[in-house]
Design a protein around this ligand. Structure first.
Ligand SMILES: [Zn+2]
Ligand SMILES: [Zn+2]
Length: 407
């Protein structure tokens, strides 16, 4: 995107003339954007052949009150997107997916006070309303209105701003829809970042890092010298490892089925690595951590991994579950063990984060060399390679694949 094509700032709610944004053609009622639209869930793999995502030019309405037009710079492919594609977390179709993204503000709607054109932003996948009882108590990740909007596929204010070529309104994914060259989000979905941070690295902070590091520092409050074990070395699990190292945990035991991911875990701070295909992780963790880890994190999204994480947790310890199993999956444990062993099980949603507090501080930790976030990025894609990218993710052949848009 050429710097001369930035629309004029709309500061006071007065409509201003709009200019074209590079490849998009501005219509009177909005603009066009190139997007990957998901029309149906649960199609057969390989996705490279069945093409659940259709790359198309679709319409994007003007930003309404409290809304911001963002040109996406980078968007990561995350397991939570895959869960919509494969149908295990159903969402309204058609939908523009993508919930781990960064970009540049190009235009603001009326009543937007926090952002101006040119601001660099990372998206938060829960738009916290700021007014419900959860938001007021600093637990915006549980915001009632934000979660309802996410389930409904709308922005926080209930709006949908995408329409495809056949006139079908497309839903938003977690208020973000990063698999589009341009998107509209409410300002509550955005976190301002420094303009000199590379935007492909910045995107990772919106899901993997805030979820994984947040689970360590917010949900579990891991103390220095505590033992931790982490199940699942995707982007979130590796971020738990990084957070554990930053918190001073020892040992930091990584568990996965793929040796390459375990090697990556060691490079970001794991002190021990267990391939659960060949070794019983529960037995190995009990040996390495004197009877069990004080904190066990599950980031696989499988109730079986959660049971293993619980069994590998020490007496008096805490099991933190981050992954998202299918809704019908149940988790069965000894009820007595919770009392007699003083066990704690904690859910961690979006790292129990306050995004505007946590994302900037985690970015500072990255800049200081404490969180080696750039190591999470294993592949770079173009938007039209998205179907093959989701095959790679489903086959556990990638950690974070980042779609980079030409800006
Ligand atoms: Zn995610
Ligand atoms: Zn709220």
């Amino acid at each position: 995107m050429g710097g001369t094509r930035v629309p004029r700032r709309n500061t006071g709610g007065t409509p201003v003339p709009r200019r074209n944004h590079g490849l998009v053609a501005r219509a009177t009622d909005g603009m066009k954007t190139r997007a990957a639209v998901l029309y149906g869930m649960g199609v057969a793999r390989p996705y490279a052949e069945s093409s659940p995502f259709v790359i198309d030019e679709i319409s994007l309405a003007e930003p309404g009150p409290g809304e911001v037009l963002v040109e996406i710079a980078a968007a990561g492919l995350c397991h939570s997107d895959l869960s919509v594609v494969d149908g295990s977390r159903p969402r309204p179709m058609p939908m523009v997916l993508g919930h781990e993204a960064s970009g540049i503000v190009r235009e603001v709607g009326p009543n937007v006070s926090d952002f101006a054109p040119g601001d660099h932003v990372v998206f938060s996948w829960i738009a916290a309303c700021g007014g419900c009882s959860f938001c007021i108590s600093g637990r915006g990740a549980l915001c009632e209105r934000g979660i309802k909007a996410n389930v409904d596929g709308t922005l926080l204010n209930g709006a949908r701003r995408f329409t495809d070529g056949r006139g079908r309104v497309c839903s938003h994914h977690l208020g973000i829809s990063g698999f589009s060259n341009f998107t509209i989000a409410v300002q509550e979905s955005l976190v301002k970042i420094d303009n000199d941070l590379p935007l492909d690295v910045a995107a990772l902070f919106g899901c993997a890092v805030v979820t994984g590091v947040g689970a360590v520092v917010n949900t579990a409050s891991v103390k220095a010298g505590s033992s931790i074990a982490v199940f699942g070395m995707g982007g979130v699990g590796l971020s738990v490892v990084m957070g554990g190292k930053a918190a001073g945990a020892y040992p930091i035991i990584a568990v996965d089925l793929v040796d390459d991911k375990l090697a990556l875990a060691r490079s970001v701070g794991a002190t021990h690595a267990i391939n659960a295909e060949h070794t019983d992780p529960v037995k190995a963790i009990k040996e390495l951590a004197s009877g069990g880890a004080e904190y066990c994190f599950e980031s696989v999204g499988s109730e079986k991994a959660l049971i293993q994480a619980y069994d590998a947790t020490a007496r008096g310890g805490t099991t933190v579950t981050i992954g998202l199993p299918a809704p019908e999956k149940l988790f069965s444990i000894s009820a007595l063990s919770i009392v007699a062993e003083e066990r704690t099980i904690k859910g961690s949603y979006m790292g129990s984060a306050v995004p505007r507090r946590d994302i900037p501080r985690f970015i500072e930790m990255y800049r200081a060399g404490i969180l080696p976030v750039d190591k999470l990025q294993t592949h770079t894609l173009r938007l039209d390679e998205i179907n093959a990218g989701f095959d790679r993710l489903a086959d556990a052949q990638a950690v974070r694949q980042i779609i980079k848009y030409t800006t």
